[in-house]
Design a protein. Structure first.
Lengths: 658, 207, 255
């Protein structure tokens, strides 16, 4: 099967306008007869369900949480990019497009990214109209900040809770449609399979997580907005419930999986404190604007960081990358921290952490404050006190969060940080219309692979989720549904529904009947360790081959020795988790396979075989300028399809931060 | 609750001011004149109906509130530490209110009934309320009950005053702290005045 | 920070489903690190129960970083436990000491029926939002984001109100089981913004009506909700709700 990305012809900046001008439409009377299923209600899902409901489609939306307001989009801190150029600093749609393609290390599809940049401005308008309380200046207009090393200020934000505010905006739009009867909401429901009839997605099998009962739902189209799969690493900044199940079931039903090995490791997270650790907490990237990162010069130096003198500290980012220093992109900063810790210079009880120090920033700000007050002859203590005040104003909530978790005061002692899995750029392969390789099955937001290439820039995830849901799918879905107006609703008594439901039932019963000795959690932890060690921040052929073997063995062990207490037809959190972990294990194997195949370093994917003499990532455009789209061919078997990436506008160059 | 509460708060100012006339120590002359005015002036008698309507509404609203709030939590916590997050008196308005109602029954039977009997049953017979007060407040346990009633009143007013403004939608960074202070001052002054009446009469300070 | 280990006695509410009666069960956990989060301590207990062949304790949780609002435990007599402005998931074990007994119960409210163990059904909150907690603007209808300047103070206040995570601690902690802080926060956010103007009256009336219908209690201004709110939502939002409600009730022309 040849992959057709269905990229419209014409000039890059005309493609989307042109597409919209010629796309097929569905008249309002027909929309009422068409049913759409939306799985997941984060930014992408809630915005899509709301927008499609507004258009008049009959929408059913599903989420596994107790309310759509809890989707993990809520945890995004920093902000959302938009090419508004409110700051008059030279921003434009083109620059946002350019930065995103370049930031993605030239592994994203240009046409999709350009469209993303184009609709970015409308997102901000829409959110403000919904009552999203973005930060404002004293004049009453919107405030912007810079983010992720771009040269313009294009990030809109609501303190450190931008994701929350955007999600609550989309959630309120969704609930409005629920009240109007256009959307039917199913909370505490989990999609467990896609139903296909005549090669088209026609519905889903979902499990009511409270009663444990399976339900069949018909839809003329199915939209997967189920987020990323960072939890394959067990420890990540994802929510505990984040999972790959919906996307994975779709994959097994014929949807290709794109670039599964592209995962983003965020450099500033609170490090693991022990074996009990269940998840990791991100500290906003903005901390690197003022903090300095270092490790002791001496291996295994156990002194209190305050007792280590300046000349015995290694500010390794400033040393290695004098031009960008502590502000190198996420992937570079993460790898550098790992390199130091692997060499034995790590700090803290686990030795898997580096210091993020605000001492200098506090003194610098203190001196500025003293200068402003015309007070040059004050003591060191007074300068520190003034500086702390400034730092508290800028980063107070982050410092507080750090103290809550670690019990340490970051104003006094340097923070310990370590990289953690944060986002997955890979996902279901979709064409320009966000349709997967299964007709009528779409993937939006983090669940698809499309816009971020091999590395996502800060404040771009929120943008993509909302772009897909508010402004892309309402057009592209119509193009498909226009041909479906003659398809009347298919009864869920149809044999395809019955068969799929039976298969899901069988799988659940199989899981319950294993009655082994090991807990689901213990398998998940072991999976995470394999993937983190061998398919994490640095990957090599030998390790990946080993990981594939280990994951396969783990899978076998899981299916023969997992213990799930409780009943199948009841509220059973262990059963829910078991199904998710089983899918993550299978995905883990594919991730390693993809990482093994891609023998180049790009973005978040670092193959040790492909580096420059001084240890930097080396891309191989000649051989790997493609999207790896994997087709499932049965148990542990995949076929690779390649979508060649043609860069018409942004010509690939090697990134350098020296 | 808030409207009737504030209305009753206003009434207490009038009630306390008139009663405070006993502290003039003029043998109850001024006080009895005021009392006569209050019971004979037709405007006052009209307002009296309003007062009872307000009081009864306040009681009925309170009972309804208590009932609804009780139903909102059919299963109680096995272990709860409400003192960690709120003041006892703010949580005890219904209890304090009930105590006040019991007190009020006693209080009315002492003073109100006698006045009305004199006015209607005995054809506006002369009635010396001041002497009646002296008589009632010569009994030690009654004085003790009055003081207890006033203490209940203090906590009820202390919470009720600022709570009424919050319920009417008034919460201001600048004015709310001021209102709270005024409320505290009001509760202290009113209750101190009321408590001093039976005590001073019992001790014979007022002749 | 000094790290230590502790043994604890836990009394946890166990209830098979919404129909059956529940009761407090006692469990022992050993060697709990002071660095663990409270929920990680529950993970340890659950692993232990599974190995012993028992059913683990069901509890709601998701983001474990204090923002999704899913976690909801009444710990030692306080919603979200002993720390101020904190969710259950962010509570850490250094709040306790060796030998402590900790009682853990679900939110108690008629409007939040228990589904299992510590899990309650909070869909009443969604239905209150459906009654009017939104601005009716279809996708694509918006004017430019900077077309209407908003006083920074109003925008900031709206943000502070919008910080509500919908966890229900306010209801759980209120002696009356009132949801006024939750409703007040949403009504305030939208009342403070010019975009919320057109539906101002109907919004507050409908949301309050739905709140009453769900069986929440009434506010008697004990302010326990503010003290226990993990996001520090101010009771001034309840005052604003009251004032919006009074104004709307007096001026509305619909019955």
């Amino acid at each position: 099967m040849a992959l057709d990305a269905k990229i419209p012809h014409g000039e890059m900046d005309k493609k989307w306008t042109d597409y919209k001008g010629h796309v097929k439409l569905v008249n309002p009377a027909n929309k009422r007869k068409l049913e759409v299923i939306v799985v997941g209600t984060g930014l992408a899902g809630a915005s899509a369900a709301a927008s499609l409901g507004e258009l008049g489609y009959k929408v059913k939306a599903f989420c596994f949480q107790d309310s759509p307001r809890r989707a993990h989009s809520i945890a995004a801190q920093g902000g959302i990019n938009a090419a508004k150029n409110y700051q008059n600093d030279g921003d434009s749609v083109f620059r946002l497009f350019y930065d995103t393609v370049k930031g993605g290390d030239y592994r994203a599809r240009e046409a999709n990214v350009h469209r993303l940049a184009e609709v970015s401005t409308a997102i901000i308008d829409q959110c403000v109209a919904q009552g999203v309380p973005f930060a404002r200046e004293y004049g009453g207009l919107l405030s912007n900040r810079s983010f992720g090393g771009t040269q313009v200020q294009r990030t809109f934000y609501a303190a450190g809770q931008t994701g929350q505010q955007l999600l609550l905006g989309a959630y309120s739009a969704l609930e409005r449609q629920v009240a109007l009867g256009n959307v039917k909401m199913y909370t505490r429901h989990e999609m467990l399979d896609v139903v296909k009839i005549d090669d088209k997605a026609r519905g889903i099998i979902a499990r009511d997580l409270v009663s444990g009962e399976l339900e069949s739902h018909f839809g003329h189209a199915v939209l997967l907005c189920s987020g990323g799969y960072g939890n394959v690493f067990y420890l990540s900044t994802n929510a505990m419930g984040s999972n790959v199940t919906a996307a994975w079931k779709a994959h097994k039903k014929g949807a290709f999986f794109g670039n599964p090995c592209f995962t983003q490791i965020h450099p500033t997270c609170i490090p693991v404190s022990g074996d009990h650790q269940s998840k990791l907490t991100l500290m906003s990237e903005s901390l690197r604007n003022d903090g300095r990162i270092w490790v002791p010069l001496k291996k295994g130096d156990n002194r209190n960081p305050k007792d280590i003198p300046e000349n015995e500290r290694d500010y390794y980012l400033e040393r290695r990358y004098p031009a960008f220093g502590n502000l190198v992109p996420r992937d570079v900063a993460s790898r550098a921290a790992k390199e130091r810790c692997d060499e034995g210079y790590g700090v803290g009880t686990t030795k898997m952490a580096v210091y993020l120090d605000y001492k200098d920033a506090i003194i610098r700000y203190g001196k500025i404050e003293a200068g402003k007050a015309g007070n040059d002859n004050i003591s060191h203590e007074e300068i520190v006190a003034l500086g702390k005040k400034v730092v508290e104003e800028k980063y107070g909530n982050l410092f507080e969060m750090y103290e809550k978790i670690t019990g340490e005061n970051p104003y006094e002692t340097p923070m310990r940080i370590y990289p953690a899995v944060h986002y997955t750029m890979g996902g279901l392969w979709v064409d320009y219309e966000l349709q997967t390789t299964v007709k009528g099955l779409y993937a939006l937001g983090e669940a698809n692979f499309s816009d971020h290439g091999a590395n996502r820039l800060g404040a771009s995830a929120l943008m993509q989720g909302l772009a897909d849901g508010y402004f892309v799918i309402p057009y592209t879905l119509g193009n498909y549904l226009a041909d479906e107006i003659h398809t009347t609703s298919i009864s869920t008594d149809h044999p395809a529904f019955a068969e799929t439901k039976q298969a899901v039932t069988d799988r659940l019963n199989t899981l319950m009947n294993i009655k082994g000795t090991q807990t689901v959690e213990s398998f998940h932890k072991r999976l995470g360790k394999i993937i983190w060690d061998k398919c994490g921040m640095a990957r090599n052929e030998q390790g990946l081959k080993q990981a594939i073997e280990e994951v396969r063995a783990l899978k076998k062990e899981f299916w023969s020795d997992v213990r799930i207490p409780g009943e199948v037809n009841a509220f059973n959190l262990e059963l829910d988790k078991a199904g998710r972990v089983a899918d993550l294990i299978e995905l883990g194997e594919l991730m390693c396979l993809d990482a093994l195949n891609r023998n180049e370093s790009c973005g978040g994917h670092f193959r040790e075989e492909s580096q420059t003499e001084d240890g930097e990532a080396k891309r191989d455009d000649e051989n790997y300028a493609y999207v790896a789209a994997w087709e499932n061919k049965g148990e542990s078997s995949w076929e690779l399809h390649k979508e060649a990436l043609n860069f018409e506008i942004v010509k690939p160059t090697q990134r350098s931060y020296k | 609750m808030a409207f009737t509460g504030l209305f009753l708060i206003l009434f207490l100012i009038v009630h306390a001011s008139i009663n405070a006339c006993i502290f003039l120590n003029d043998g109850g002359q001024t006080f009895n004149e005021m009392a006569h005015f209050m019971s004979h002036n037709w405007i006052m008698r009209f307002l009296e109906i309003g007062l009872f309507a307000g009081l009864i509404t306040h009681i009925i609203q309170g009972l309804m509130l208590w009932n609804q709030n009780k139903n909102a939590r059919p299963v109680q916590y096995a272990y709860s530490q409400p003192n960690k997050n709120s003041k006892w008196y703010s949580r005890s308005m219904a209890l304090l209110g009930t105590l006040l109602l019991l007190f009020l029954i006693m209080h009315l039977s002492h003073f109100y009934v006698g006045t009305k009997v004199a006015l209607y049953a005995k054809g506006d017979a002369p009635h010396n309320l001041f002497e009646e007060m002296k008589e009632v407040f010569s009994i030690n346990w009654i004085v003790a009950l009055y003081v207890a009633g006033v203490i209940a009143l203090f906590w009820h007013l202390y919470h009720g005053f600022q709570s009424a403004f919050q319920s009417l939608g008034i919460n201001h960074k600048k004015y709310t702290p001021m209102l709270k202070t005024i409320g505290l001052g009001y509760a202290i002054i009113i209750c101190l005045l009321f408590a001093l009446m039976p005590i001073s009469m019992f001790l014979g300070c007022i002749k | 920070m000094e790290h230590y280990h502790m043994n604890l006695t836990l009394k946890v509410w166990r209830q098979k489903n919404s129909k059956e009666q529940g009761k407090l069960e006692t469990y022992q956990v050993k060697d709990i690190s002071s660095e663990m989060s409270f929920l990680e301590m529950f993970d340890v207990l659950n692993e232990q129960l599974i190995v012993e062949g028992k059913e683990p304790i069901a509890f709601d949780h998701d983001c474990r970083e204090g923002i999704c609002g899913m976690c909801s435990m009444y710990i030692n007599g306080q919603a979200h436990g002993p720390w101020q402005q904190n969710t259950t998931c962010q509570l850490h074990m250094r709040a306790f000491k060796d030998g402590d007994t900790i009682t853990v119960e679900p939110w108690r409210s008629k409007a939040f029926p228990v589904l299992k163990d510590l899990v309650v059904n909070r869909s009443a909150f969604d239905r209150i939002i459906q009654a009017g907690g939104y601005i009716s603007v279809n996708t694509g209808n918006a004017v430019d984001a900077n077309a209407i300047p908003i006083d920074k103070k109003d925008a900031d206040d709206a943000f502070m109100a919008a910080a509500c995570i919908g966890c229900g601690a306010c209801v759980a902690t209120c002696k009356n089981g009132s949801a006024m802080l939750f409703v007040g926060a949403k009504v305030s956010q939208l009342a403070l913004l010019p975009q919320g103007g057109p539906e101002r009256e109907s919004r507050v009336l409908n949301m309050v009506a739905q709140m009453d219908k769900e069986g929440f209690g009434n506010c008697t201004n004990t302010y326990a909700c503010e003290a226990e709110c993990p996001k520090g939502i101010s009771v001034s939002n309840i005052a604003r709700l009251n004032s919006e409600y009074l104004k709307a009730g007096l001026t509305t022309e619909t019955k």
